[in-house]
Design a protein around this ligand. Structure first.
Ligand SMILES: Nc1ncnc2c1ncn2[C@@H]1O[C@H](COP(=O)(O)OP(=O)(O)OP(=O)(O)O)[C@@H](O)[C@H]1O
Length: 265
């Protein structure tokens, strides 16, 4: 049987410019000379997901997991490379894309309209989204008055209830209370059972083991490993043990060495 690809990410590079203060930033914009330092948050990252894959992104802080999940979701542009998606993607991240001045209800409608739903479809979906988010009367208050848990419940509820083909979840389960994270986890399991494709960013290796079939291990913007959960996680756990035993100085040296290879365009 031929596998159907859901995501094809090819040679994704994300370059940021790091400036020493706002003077450099402005000079870089208005003068022909280049100011600031190039920084590669991602450098030539490729991976593919088959339909139904649940891929975990792992890696220590600053390795590029959120940057990559945002690029795959189409929230931020890549500097170079390409992402091909087979279907509609939806990103769940802490308060991703919520507009603070609008109420929860208006945010639901806005997001649905942006995804191309018509008024009738929105009217059908809205009560489900509101109920799942457990916001009570707050649904008609501006989102900027919400706690971070409330924002993430709303973001999560919109993203899962619009029933996307590809679901990208960035640390969403680490916020909110226990009963909500259980509910979220159940919803994600439904998705998995429906054979949908998912990307899952989390620092919890237990969640990864429970949930993912494949893992993409990023290190300072490069792919360190990509493969089945049972093959990659043990290597990562071994790395983490070493990492945790390193002194600050040793970590700095490790980072410097790794970055030397990774920061070349
Ligand atoms: N807008 C930006 N401008 C400059 N650098 C950025 C920007 N966004 C992210 N970075 C840098 O890119 C690198 C990757 O960040 P990213 O948030 O993707 O890592 P991460 O693996 O998700 O980290 P964490 O586990 O801490 O969430 C970091 O060094 C970060 O400082």
């Amino acid at each position: 049987m031929k596998m159907e690809k859901a995501i094809i990410a090819k040679n994704i590079t994300k370059k940021y410019k790091l400036y020493n203060g706002s003077k450099e930033r402005i000079l870089d914009l208005i003068t022909p000379r280049s100011y600031g330092e190039d920084f590669y948050a991602l450098n030539n990252v490729s991976f593919e997901a088959e339909k139904g894959d649940v891929i975990g992104f792992i890696g220590i802080n600053g390795s590029g997991k959120s940057t990559l999940s945002n690029i795959v979701a189409g929230i931020i542009p890549e500097t170079s490379g390409s992402v091909e998606l087979n279907g509609q993607a939806s990103l769940i991240a802490v308060a991703s894309g919520l507009k603070g001045d609008l109420t929860g209800r208006d945010n639901i409608e806005l997001k649905c309209l942006m995804l191309g739903l018509n008024k009738k479809e929105i009217n059908e979906l809205e009560p489900e989204i509101i109920e799942f988010a457990e916001l009570g009367n707050f649904i008609d208050q501006p989102v900027k008055s919400y706690s971070s848990g409330m924002k993430s419940r709303l973001g999560f509820s919109i993203s899962v209830n619009i029933d996307p083909d590809i679901l990208i979840i960035d640390e969403a389960l680490s916020v909110g209370d226990k009963s909500f994270s259980e509910k979220s986890f159940n919803k994600m399991n439904d998705f998995k059972e429906d054979g949908k494709t998912m990307i899952f960013v989390s620092h919890s290796l237990n969640q990864m083991k429970q949930f993912c079939n494949k893992v993409l291990w990023l290190e300072y913007g490069k792919v360190k490993d990509f493969g089945l959960v049972e093959e990659v996680i043990p290597k990562y756990e071994e790395f983490l043990m070493q990492w945790k035993s390193m002194s600050k100085k040793k970590r700095k040296r490790y980072r410097k060495n790794a970055s030397k290879n990774n920061q070349q365009g």
